[in-house]
Design a protein around this ligand. Structure first.
Ligand code: NAG
Ligand code: NAG
Ligand code: NAG
Ligand code: NAG
Ligand code: NAG
Length: 361
């Protein structure tokens, strides 16, 4: 009896403690300075339910397709790295172009992310009219995806407006480092949008969820094995990607593929990072101490991830009367499908194909 009572009390105390830790993860987070025009309560009057509508939609959508969360986290990266967080990545990207190669099953993740954004757009329109921008929907969807995976809940500055044109293919390539990059190259790309070495290590932690195609890491298998790759892990990768032309996918985080946690950094300590750009974070002496810190302290990772992801989410935003709020996240307002002065389709199809296979974040 006494034993039963005393064992229940610590359990209850533990629960309280756990709740306190979760709250801390959100409230103890530092936030970067807000970009002019953005605020935490931007839709308080015009669409008070915006955040709960996104949350409810994704809770159900991610339950049906766990890969959607990773795809949405990645979509926000790609949007912000290229031409700022203006939803330009969504423009005219109808997911219908046939693939040249046999289509890997998981290529469907990206179209699923685009569809989720448009489905959220429709629900928000119904509730509030066209007031929430597609760029904010992408940022909100990414935020909910982090939390749904078990990651930190955080406050999100809102008020982004949507861009009027997609980035050129050249601009996309100039903005996103390939996954074969090492730390100095990664840092030179991040410096273009004022992100630093701590941001690099924290944002790379986004690879705690999601999958990658063989083509993004087979440089470490062929023609010879990368010496920084754990031999046993390499053996697994050769089974997934037996030749340098295999169309196949594997999890980014071998330990907990669908959980947003700090196990990605534990992977790196064990030399089980998937990309060159992952493993070099441990190899390089500048980034190694940050990797080690996040591997042993998940709260430290969560706090820094919130800071860096919110910072990234404010890169070159359009605000106030700049840009527009798109009615259809896939097309500029008033742009008919056959619009002749803007040959979007060709540009964007290339952009999306690149983004699917060969980019680091
Ligand atoms: C949105 O735009 C895309 C691309 O132009 C188009 O294919 C799609 O039919 C549009 N959706 C709606 C609901 O109008
Ligand atoms: C590690 O990264 C730093 C920062 O970019 C760079 O200066 C240094 O040369 C890198 N070290 C190696 C061994 O590449
Ligand atoms: C793709 O990966 C799976 C799982 O590792 C493996 O069983 C399969 O043989 C691979 N497919 C090809 C074409 O190599
Ligand atoms: C892949 O392997 C083939 C045959 O060995 C070789 O000709 C080709 O250059 C390789 N491609 C890459 C990207 O390594
Ligand atoms: C949505 C989807 O098809 N996800 C799959 C992607 O590939 C991984 C590994 O091959 C599967 O486990 C997922 O179910």
């Amino acid at each position: 009896m006494a034993a039963a009572t005393s064992s229940r009390r610590p359990a209850a105390a533990l629960l309280v403690l756990a709740a306190a830790v979760v709250a801390l993860a959100a409230e103890g987070a530092r936030y970067p300075p807000l970009a002019p025009g953005l605020s935490f309560d931007f839709y308080k009057k015009s669409c008070p339910k915006a955040e709960s509508i996104v949350r409810e939609f994704l809770a159900s959508a991610v339950r049906q397709n766990v890969g959607l969360a990773a795809a949405l986290i990645r979509l926000h990266f790609h949007d912000c790295f290229v031409q700022g967080c203006d939803a330009s990545i969504l423009l005219d990207a109808t997911p219908t172009q046939p693939s040249e190669q046999q289509s890997p099953p998981n290529l469907t993740l990206r179209p699923a992310a685009f569809k989720a954004v448009n489905d959220i757009r429709a629900r928000l329109d119904q509730a509030c009219g066209r007031v929430v921008s597609c760029a904010d929907i992408v940022a909100l969807a990414a935020r909910e995806s982090v939390a749904l995976g078990g990651g930190p809940a955080y406050k999100l500055p809102l008020g982004r407006r949507d861009g009027l044109a997609p980035a050129s293919n050249a601009a996309v390539l100039a903005a996103l480092p390939p996954p074969t990059s090492k730390v100095p190259t990664l840092l030179s790309f991040l410096a273009k949008i004022n992100l630093d070495v701590t941001d690099l290590v924290a944002l790379s932690g986004g690879h705690t969820v999601g999958i990658a195609h063989c083509g993004s890491f087979d440089n470490r298998l062929f023609p010879t094995q990368d010496p920084t790759l754990n031999k046993f892990f390499a053996g697994q990768l050769y089974r997934t990607c037996p030749t340098n032309a295999t169309v196949n996918t594997t999890a980014n985080d071998v330990r907990t593929p669908n959980a947003f946690d700090n196990k990605y950094y534990v992977d790196l300590l064990n030399r089980e990072g998937l990309f060159t750009s992952d493993q070099d974070l441990l190899t390089n002496a500048t980034t190694r101490p940050i990797v080690t810190r996040f591997a042993v302290d998940q709260d430290a990772f969560f706090h820094q991830f919130v800071y860096s992801y919110v910072k990234m989410g404010q890169v070159n935003v359009l605000t106030g009367s700049q840009g527009q709020v798109r009615a259809n996240c896939s097309a500029r307002n008033g742009a008919a499908a056959g619009d002749s002065d803007l040959p979007w389709s060709s540009v964007v199809i290339e952009t999306v194909a690149d983004a699917a296979g060969s980019l680091v974040l």
